[in-house]
Design a protein around this ligand. Structure first.
Ligand code: SPV
Ligand code: MG
Length: 298
């Protein structure tokens, strides 16, 4: 089964689809190894690895290259966070072709105005695009995709923009009508109440996706009870790496011998395992055998 179909099937199943955020091929592989259903190539985390703001600064090509290297390294579906689609409908059409051809299973676009800012930034700019213009982007995405199982996720930012529940519901209705495959409803509240209210009130039939970053004490079972089909843990791997590097560097600067910080790190063999270094050795041996058969080596 293709990765695109796998993701769609999981979204149709009854259990919550768990998506781990990643910022490069290594973190994506670790998400896969930990048993997650899919990988979120998030703009916040990828921008942070360039030490740049999550404010439409990196270009589509830069985001694409990271998502594509994740796809090359991993066997589970990649969901690419494509911000506002990097422009208008023609840009969306171009990116859908590019991402789909690279084997990425899904793109997510949000209904804010370009350049956008991270949704969780206190006092951030979160102006919404007129509904009609975002609908045009969804139509362009659908027209551009080849495989019906490639997922176009429409992200509703009405709650982030403080425009209220009615606007969120109206937008979700419009995006479903335009042919989106799933609705991501985002919230910056500390509790999941407004996400639950949305899920309980919205009459649409598309799967609902949530990103429980600010309302992080929400239980998986409660998300499921409210018909939420997918949870994206968008930035925890980035924040964990950041914290662990800071801790290590602080200690390493002052130690007399480097072995004092050994416990803070993975071993070389663990990294060799991840990068399939041992496969290089095995393949070398196989080639050596072949060369022998061909009479080049005694
Ligand atoms: C991301 O991870 O880049 C997201 C989610 O878009 S958020 O940071 O909450 O906007
Ligand atoms: Mg983002």
């Amino acid at each position: 089964m293709s990765k695109n179909k796998q993701l769609r099937k999981k979204l149709e199943s009854n259990s919550l689809v768990k998506v781990g955020g990643a910022f490069d091929a290594m973190s994506a592989k670790l998400v896969e190894n930990a048993g997650f259903d899919a990988i979120w190539a998030g703009s916040f985390a990828i921008s942070a690895t360039h030490a740049l703001p999550d404010a439409s600064i990196l270009t589509m090509t830069e985001f694409f290259n990271v998502a594509s290297s994740m796809e090359d390294a991993c066997n589970i579906p990649i969901i690419a966070d494509c911000d506002t689609g990097y422009g208008g409908p023609s840009n969306v059409s171009h990116l859908v072709k590019k991402y789909e051809n690279a084997g990425i299973s899904s793109i997510c676009i949000e209904d804010k105005i370009f350049p956008k800012q991270n949704s969780l930034l206190e006092g951030g700019k979160n102006e919404l695009l007129p509904e009609k213009e975002f609908v045009a982007k969804i139509l362009a995405a659908n027209e551009a995709k080849n495989d019906k199982d490639f997922l176009v996720i429409a992200r509703v930012e009405a709650l982030i923009s403080d425009l209220g529940m009615n606007e969120a519901i109206k937008r979700a209705d419009a995006y479903e009508k335009a042919g989106a495959d799933a609705i991501l409803i985002h919230s910056k509240q500390k509790t999941p109440d407004e996400i639950f209210e949305f899920a309980d009130t919205w009459k649409g039939s598309l799967p609902i996706i949530a990103i429980p970053t600010t309302y992080d004490s929400v239980k998986i079972s409660d998300l499921s009870k409210h018909k939420i089909k997918m949870a994206i843990y968008a930035n925890q791997t980035l924040r964990a790496s950041h914290a662990s590097m800071i801790r290590l560097l602080k200690e390493m600067k002052n130690v007399e011998k480097i072995s004092d910080v050994k416990e803070r790190m993975s071993t070389m063999s663990e990294i060799f395992e991840l990068q399939k270094m041992y496969d290089v050795k095995t393949k070398e041996k196989d080639i050596e055998e072949e060369l022998k058969k061909l009479g080049y080596v005694n």
